[in-house]
Design a protein around this ligand. Structure first.
Ligand SMILES: Cc1cc2nc3c(=O)[nH]c(=O)nc-3n(C[C@H](O)[C@H](O)[C@H](O)COP(=O)(O)OP(=O)(O)OC[C@H]3O[C@@H](n4cnc5c(N)ncnc54)[C@H](O)[C@@H]3O)c2cc1C
Length: 379
């Protein structure tokens, strides 16, 4: 069976979930991107894989102008969620209503995987953004199982993963809610693993965070102990992620980076908002919520206990959040990085691309400024 072209593959794994014979497995291309491959000996040519592929089939998009500035009413979540804690707040609603949430966390092997949570305790590990591609595995199958049991299911993921689920399911379920996170691209997990190994040697990694309490820091934990913490503009991985130099190739042609959305609700950071225009005074992180479907609208109307929301002009979200308009453009380090990665690995490839020099200059400037400030204070 012929799957979609390798260069077009989103890595959504809808084909692998759809295959009735378990004939599809995952390999990696030279840049670490996950690619499904068919075992010809097991394939029965039923076409389930190609029918479930979002690249080979039309997707259903929704367009709306219903947009809110929002944040969770749960003070603790405000500290350790990515932005306004909306993903977690809606998850809490679902769990309070005996539902189940599908989200991501780092497993014992520092691999970002999807799993489910139906208690508030299990939900803790899903909190916050992980700036790397999450491994879907067979989680669409799990979603279907829960849906068939009649449970309320919330699936939160990047737009391509939501679309993978939509195509895999092939029909609408009243008890499924989908939330996509605004996404400017996901690097393959191999880069992050190599980077952590370089920074933390062979320590057993139990968690990695990018946002939350140490916002915009790459933090690596071993048995709950923080063993590495670096500001985003001083860390080679975080910096190259932020300037879009290490995304998977297909992220630069992302079909989901546009006004039309494929989920019930879209959430992201609300950049460009003028706090003085808020009705409620607030100095924490603010999320944007875009309501795409009637189901999303109904759900949001029930969240007063969980979320503070103010209607906001969607054009502000479009203006300041480019991933609602266009895919990310390859960053300034990408070309050299790609040229070198296969030969020398992540750390050396970023060094060769000039990232380390840029960081060293920034550090030097920072320490000069710090010295000057100290001098002034002394005076
Ligand atoms: C790779 C990536 C790129 C992003 N780029 C942008 C951007 O350009 N503009 C913007 O406004 N926002 C972007 N975001 C979204 C933003 O960082 C927050 O995730 C979003 O605002 C939700 O915050 P929250 O506090 O409501 O979520 P929380 O309450 O902290 O919940 C986060 C939810 O996101 C899920 N999640 C986290 N990481 C991943 C992942 N890698 N794959 C799938 N699911 C994941 C978690 O499982 C959890 O359910 C990006 C997120 C990711 C993961």
């Amino acid at each position: 069976m012929e799957l979609c072209k390798k260069e077009d593959c989103l890595g959504c794994f809808a084909c692998m979930n759809a295959c009735p014979k378990g004939a599809i497995s995952v390999t990696h291309d030279r840049l670490g991107k996950t690619i499904p491959t068919v075992d010809a000996n097991k394939c029965i040519y039923c076409g389930a894989c190609t029918k479930a592929c979002p690249v080979l089939n039309e997707s259903e998009y929704h367009i709306t102008d219903e947009c809110y500035a929002a944040w969770t009413k749960n003070e603790n979540d405000r500290k350790n969620c990515a932005s306004g804690g909306i993903g977690t707040a809606i998850s809490r609603y679902v769990i309070d209503n005996d539902g189940v949430v599908i989200g991501t966390y780092f497993d014992d092997d520092a691999k970002l995987i999807f799993d489910y949570a139906d208690t508030p305790e299990q939900l803790e590990r899903f909190k916050s953004s992980k700036y790397v591609q999450a491994y879907i595995g067979y989680s669409y199958k799990k979603v279907k199982e829960f849906l068939r049991q009649g449970r309320l299911v919330l699936f939160i993921a990047t737009p391509c993963q939501i679309d993978g689920l939509n195509h895999y399911l092939g029909k609408k379920y009243d008890n499924l809610i989908t939330i996509d996170i605004i996404c400017h691209g996901t690097p393959p997990i191999t880069y992050l693993k190599e980077h952590i190994k370089a920074k933390c040697a062979d320590a057993k990694i139990t968690n990695v965070t990018f946002r939350g309490e140490n916002d915009y820091h790459l933090c690596v934990y071993s048995d709950e102990k923080l063993i590495y913490s670096m500001r985003s503009d001083m860390d080679e991985y975080f910096m190259t992620f932020q300037n879009s130099s290490i995304n998977r190739d297909n992220c630069y042609n992302c079909n989901y980076a546009r006004h039309e959305r494929i989920s019930d609700i879209t959430i992201g950071d609300f950049w460009g908002i003028n706090r003085e225009d808020l009705k409620e005074q607030y100095d924490g992180k603010i999320s944007s919520i875009i309501i795409n479907t009637e189901k999303g609208k109904k759900l949001i109307s029930m969240l007063d206990k969980y979320i503070y929301m103010e209607k906001w002009d969607i054009d502000i979200a479009y203006r300041y959040n480019n991933q609602l308009n266009n895919p990310a453009v390859p960053g300034r380090y990408r070309e050299t990085f790609v040229k070198n990665y296969e030969k020398v690995g992540f750390e050396k490839a970023v060094r060769k691309s000039g990232v380390s020099t840029a960081i060293a200059i920034k550090k030097a400037k920072d320490s000069k400024i710090a010295k000057a400030v100290k001098k002034v204070i002394k005076k």
